[in-house]
Design a protein around this ligand. Structure first.
Ligand SMILES: *[C@@H]1O[C@H](CO)[C@@H](O)[C@H](O)[C@H]1NC(C)=O
Ligand SMILES: *[C@@H]1O[C@H](CO)[C@@H](O)[C@H](O)[C@H]1NC(C)=O
Ligand SMILES: *[C@@H]1O[C@H](CO)[C@@H](O)[C@H](O)[C@H]1NC(C)=O
Ligand SMILES: *[C@@H]1O[C@H](CO)[C@@H](O)[C@H](O)[C@H]1NC(C)=O
Ligand SMILES: *[C@@H]1O[C@H](CO)[C@@H](O)[C@H](O)[C@H]1NC(C)=O
Ligand SMILES: *[C@@H]1O[C@H](CO)[C@@H](O)[C@H](O)[C@H]1NC(C)=O
Ligand SMILES: *[C@@H]1O[C@H](CO)[C@@H](O)[C@H](O)[C@H]1NC(C)=O
Length: 779
């Protein structure tokens, strides 16, 4: 079984690396980001228009106004945005687009009944978003340089069921379409007429309306092609277009001559007073259309009675006509110098202009491929978890048999562990157990797992004397000692108990007892085998063991600087009292866990991640300890013990607690709690000002979600400087994701490692957009 799994793993890793290789080379890296700087949101009786405004000599800011008045979005006037999208009853703002190392996407929800009752929620924090669009309800994005689509506010959205080669995205009423890397179209969602009828060919842009979609063809004509509900009834105009905005049964398109043409139900057309105007950008939502005038970048809207009754009056002046980009393949817009502090607003690419990406001559990809990179990773992880789950159930079964009828010990961290103990009344084993044979085989096979003679361990600890004892761990007492060869080690000696030794059951020599003994031996051996295989610089190394009659002793490398828990909660002045040092500890620990989840064969779920299990060596490298031992827990559904079997109060994944369903995401939850501890300095469970016990998750997460993490940061650490605050916020959001109630909403440990790497980099390096990032970060 294990062998088979290992084979499967190497196969899957190969597949994963193959796909990674494929996707790390994006087909059209030079593509310009398409973020909108305009948004239109609707409620049943109001329209909210928002735009990024760039007055001369000031930084761009987001302004919103509703028709009729009433909706008030509480936007910080100092916050800088890269893009904005809206839909029915919501508005989302993107902070930090393609020019900044991270993006934050937050949404405000409002209702028709009470426009001042606006709720804010951050829905994304991660790699820079370069493509963003929203429909009536859904929001989708693409991160910089990736072809992976991410959607929100879309129940049932499943990334593994869409293609993974996106280069742009357009979200409609209940569907989304996009261009693949090759310029082909793909759509998905509930609108059957759209998602089953998209045209073949290569396209340069695609737009989605309430019921139908249009695309601009790649060839020299730049002509429009539309499909979906009612699209056949109303032919799009002929012409040469650069962009198109679709509402509900009515549409407008921006020509390469900067003129706008509108068409649709009831002979919809551009209002008279605008027919001579030149535009640089247009946007639509249901009945309402807005455009930015080329002459002075003022925003005008049309399409419903409010706007049509105010011809000539502009909604906003000084609108940023497009997102700021670091480079423009088809040249910047005239006057760009005053628009972006760094970078440019780009001219749309036309057929005659330099080509962004040529259509691929190769065969088109099938419209909906089975699974992408992510799907593979999911499979990989699932197989991994199945692997360890089967291992777990094996141990569980064996130990359940052993535990039946005797008392299992629940140790201080809440885990159940087996201990061996001297037992004077126990008769000697009836015959030599195969354990010894396999042990010696194991030792001879494995170079870094050593079997220590009991005498040696007893000698270096002066007979396990009190003065060598450094603590009482989950396993029993822990001693510090220096071996004869100079190695400093921590020696964990199983606690003496009055129960019989677990390795030798029942005292009887009967055949069934013997078989049980062998089972337990095998479990112990498997445990050691899997532990000895785990070798990573962020895992505390198991040097060896001692199994001598009644003694069961494990020997680990010694960690000079103790546990993270002590540095956070006990030691008054610790070298870990800087944000960079704390993030580095978090990253180290995450890498250790990543090794357990992803690279160990079979994968290991730690089940007891907590700050006291993260240890620091001489050079302050953090290492995860106590891994793997949790595999030895019995899984007994109806016993009280099983409730505590998976970790420590305050760190236990509530989903696991509730469903008794173990996945690697349970470790992610516990890691999130550790991250909150690192940021806030509060223990997982602590007393509030009035002495009432409080959970760090319940207390800190609301502040993080409101972008107010600075109010709960650990006061032992100096307040973060402008570079650090970005990193600290980023880590806060990561922690919030890690402690999501449902495992499926939590990031994988690999994503966590990646995020922490970014956070740490932001902490120590000046961000790309130094000025605006610094200013926005203090807002
Ligand atoms: C936002 O726009 C409204 C309407 O155009 C305007 O009255 C208001 O002054 C603007 N806000 C700022 C901060 O410029
Ligand atoms: C919009 O409609 C809601 C009820 O649907 C009403 O309470 C509210 O006052 C209306 N708002 C305006 C600005 O008319
Ligand atoms: C709207 O919501 C705000 C904040 O929740 C509340 O103070 C106000 O009374 C509400 N107004 C109406 C008309 O319900
Ligand atoms: C975005 O991706 C491009 C190409 O992959 C890369 O050169 C650029 O540095 C990325 N920008 C950011 C902010 O990550
Ligand atoms: C758009 O057309 C569809 C069917 O063609 C119709 O059901 C819907 O009411 C129309 N929407 C508007 C705003 O007229
Ligand atoms: C911008 O141009 C439009 C159309 O020419 C005009 O109506 C508007 O007043 C101008 N806005 C400013 C601020 O000059
Ligand atoms: C915006 O920035 C100004 C000057 O930097 C500051 O005085 C003001 O308090 C800030 N506003 C908010 C809401 O943070």
């Amino acid at each position: 079984m294990a062998h088979f799994l290992r084979k499967l793993h190497s196969l899957l890793s190969l597949i994963v690396f193959f796909f990674l290789f494929l996707f790390l080379a994006p087909p059209f890296a030079s593509r310009v980001a398409s973020l909108s700087t305009l948004s239109i949101s609707e409620t049943s009786n109001q329209t909210l228009v928002c735009a990024l405004i760039k007055p001369p000599g000031r930084r761009p800011f987001l302004n919103c106004t509703s028709f009729p008045a009433g909706i008030r979005i509480p936007v910080n006037p100092n916050a800088s945005f890269a893009g904005v999208v809206g839909g029915d009853g919501f508005l989302c703002g993107l902070r930090g687009g393609s020019l900044s190392p991270t993006s934050v996407l937050g949404c405000w929800r409002f209702s028709a009944a009470n426009g001042t009752n606006v709720r804010y929620k951050r829905i994304y924090k991660g790699p820079p978003v370069t493509e963003l669009d929203s429909g009536d309800a859904h929001v989708c994005s693409l991160a910089n340089g990736t072809s992976r689509l991410e959607c929100w506010q879309w129940p049932g959205w499943d990334r593994t069921r869409v293609p993974d080669d996106w280069s742009s995205v357009a979200v409609g009423g209940d569907y989304a379409c996009g261009l693949m890397g090759t310029g082909k179209i793909a759509c998905f969602g509930d609108n059957a007429r759209v998602v089953h009828n998209w045209p073949n060919g290569s396209f340069r842009a695609v737009a989605a309306g309430s019921g139908y979609a249009c695309a601009i063809s790649w060839d020299n004509t730049n002509s429009l092609e539309c499909w979906g509900d009612g699209a056949a009834k109303i032919e799009p105009p002929q012409g040469d277009f650069v962009s198109v905005a679709l509402g509900e049964n009515r549409s407008c398109a921006l020509g390469s001559n900067s003129r706008v043409k509108c068409w649709g139900q009831s002979n919809f057309s551009l209002p008279e007073h605008l027919t001579d105007a030149y535009f640089v950008a247009i946007k639509a939502k249901r009945r309402v259309f807005c455009g930015v005038l080329a002459s002075n970048y003022s925003l005008c809207c049309w399409g419903n009675e409010h706007f049509d009754s105010m011809p000539g009056s502009m909604v906003f002046d000084n609108v940023l006509p497009g997102p700021c980009q670091s480079q423009c393949p088809c040249g910047p817009l005239p006057g760009y110098g005053i628009l972006c502090e760094q970078g440019y607003v780009c001219l749309p690419c036309k057929a005659s202009a330099p080509v962004v990406h040529p259509p691929s001559p190769g065969p088109a990809p099938p419209p909906v491929r089975s699974r992408g990179l992510d799907g593979k990773l999911v499979v990989f992880l699932v197989v991994g978890c199945v692997g360890s789950a089967s291992l777990l159930s094996l141990f569980g079964f064996l130990l359940f048999r052993y535990c039946k009828g005797r008392v299992c010990r629940v140790h201080d961290s809440g885990r159940i562990e087996e201990t061996s103990s001297p037992d004077q009344t126990r008769p000697p084993p009836p015959q030599p157990r195969p354990l010894e044979k396999r042990l010696s085989h194991l030792v001879s096979m494995d170079s870094h797992l050593e079997e220590f003679p009991l005498q040696v361990l007893a000698r270096v600890t002066n007979g396990f004397a009190q003065e060598f004892k450094i603590g009482t761990g989950s396993f029993g007492s822990v001693y510090r000692a220096t071996l004869d060869d100079g190695r400093e080690v921590a020696i964990k000696r199983a606690e003496t108990s009055t129960a019989a030794s677990p390795l030798h059951l029942g005292g009887g020599g009967g055949p069934s007892a013997r078989r049980q003994t062998e089972d337990i031996d095998r479990a112990f051996l498997n445990e050691l085998e899997s532990l000895s295989r785990l070798n990573h610089k962020n895992l505390v190394k198991l040097c060896g063991f001692c199994e001598d009659g009644n003694e069961l002793i494990l020997v680990y490398e010694y960690m000079h600087n103790g546990s993270l828990h002590d540095h956070l909660h006990r030691i008054p002045e610790s070298p870990l009292d800087s944000w960079a040092a704390r993030l580095r500890v978090a990253l180290d620990a995450a890498r250790g866990i990543e090794y357990l989840h992803v690279y160990a064969t079979p994968p290991v779920i730690h089940r007891d991640i907590k700050s006291s299990n993260i240890l620091l060596n001489k050079s302050w490298t953090a290492k995860v300890s106590d891994f793997g031992l949790s595999l030895m827990c019995p899984e007994d559904d109806n016993s009280h013990l099983s409730l505590h079997a998976a970790g420590t109060i305050g760190y236990v994944d509530p989903e696991y607690y509730r469903l008794q369903h173990l996945t690697s995401k349970s470790d992610v939850y516990s890691f999130g709690v550790v991250l909150l501890e690192l940021l806030s300095g509060y223990k997982a469970i602590h007393n509030n000002e009035t002495g009432v016990p409080r959970n760090v998750v319940d207390f800190v997460i609301p502040y993080i979600l409101q972008d107010e993490i600075h109010r709960v940061l650990d006061r032992k650490v100096l307040p973060p400087n402008p570079f650090e605050i970005e990193a600290v916020r980023y880590a806060g959001y990561l922690a919030a994701d890690c402690v999501s109630l449902e495992g499926k909403d939590r990031p994988s440990i690999t994503e966590i490692v990646y995020s922490l790497e970014r956070a740490l980099a932001a902490c120590s390096a000046r961000p790309l957009l130094s000025r605006s990032s610094t200013e926005s970060s203090t807002s």
